[in-house]
Design a protein around this ligand. Structure first.
Ligand SMILES: Nc1ncnc2c1ncn2[C@@H]1O[C@H](COP(=O)(O)OP(=O)(O)OP(=O)(O)O)[C@@H](O)[C@H]1O
Length: 209
């Protein structure tokens, strides 16, 4: 599903993340690592947000050779999402659903699953941190992605939303969607049958089943 080769990301702070070769099969993968290990850095590169040295290929689509086609297939929910606060979630949904060519009934069904109907018309500036997180998670499921990246998806959302998110992920996995997930919350980890676990340490990555 995802192939990463000769990957290097450096920051001016001196931090450097290096991956010589990594192949991830279809399914769900857990990314672990202490604070500052580089999880978000890797996610941002795979999501097409950060420039990097090397190559990332998703199902034979290269992020560098075909950036638009690649990004149509990769959705990303940040650990601490930020959106223009004068917009509403409905504004964002309209934009992303069109860009990602969402199927007709998808928006309404996701709005119900994430329980956002009572506030999606309001401006982002009025959202609590959990409401914002739900907005970001909902947007990550729009369209027909091959890969959904969820950075700390279980932080700040209530227990009902956590349960809904777990069943939604399982439903999408059955349809062939792959996931990369990071979580510092140990209780969520056993809910999925991970294809692999990636441990980031000292700028390197260790892959294990
Ligand atoms: N935009 C940036 N500019 C410079 N350094 C950065 C930038 N973003 C992250 N870093 C540094 O890169 C390293 C990895 O950060 P990153 O956010 O990827 O870690 P993380 O594993 O996601 O951490 P956490 O679990 O705390 O979210 C850290 O040392 C951080 O200070």
């Amino acid at each position: 599903m995802l192939q990463i080769n000769n990957f290097i990301k450096r920051y001016s702070t001196g931090f450097r993340l290096e991956i010589n070769s990594l192949h991830l099969k279809e399914g769900i993968h857990l990314i672990k690592g202490e604070n500052g290990a580089g999880k978000s850095t890797l996610f941002k590169a795979i999501a097409g947000i950060h420039a990097f040295e090397g190559e990332i290929v998703l199902d034979n689509i290269s992020i560098k050779q075909h950036p638009v086609a690649y990004r149509k297939h990769v959705n990303y929910s940040e650990a601490e999402p930020q959106f223009p606060d004068f917009l509403s979630l409905d504004d964002l949904i309209l934009f992303v659903a069109r860009a990602k060519q969402s199927p007709d009934d998808q928006v309404q069904s996701l709005k119900e699953e994430f329980g956002v109907n009572n506030y999606s018309k309001n401006r982002i500036s009025s959202y609590s941190s959990g409401m914002l997180k739900k907005a970001s998670l909902l947007l990550a499921f729009l369209g027909s992605p091959k890969l959904i990246i969820l950075d700390e998806p279980f932080t700040t959302i209530d227990t009902e939303t956590q349960a809904n998110l777990i069943s939604l992920i399982k439903k999408e996995l059955l349809k062939g969607v792959s996931f990369l997930i990071s979580s510092h919350h140990l209780p969520e980890i056993p809910f999925f049958d991970y294809e692999s676990t990636l441990q980031l340490k000292n700028g390197n990555i260790i892959l294990s089943k």
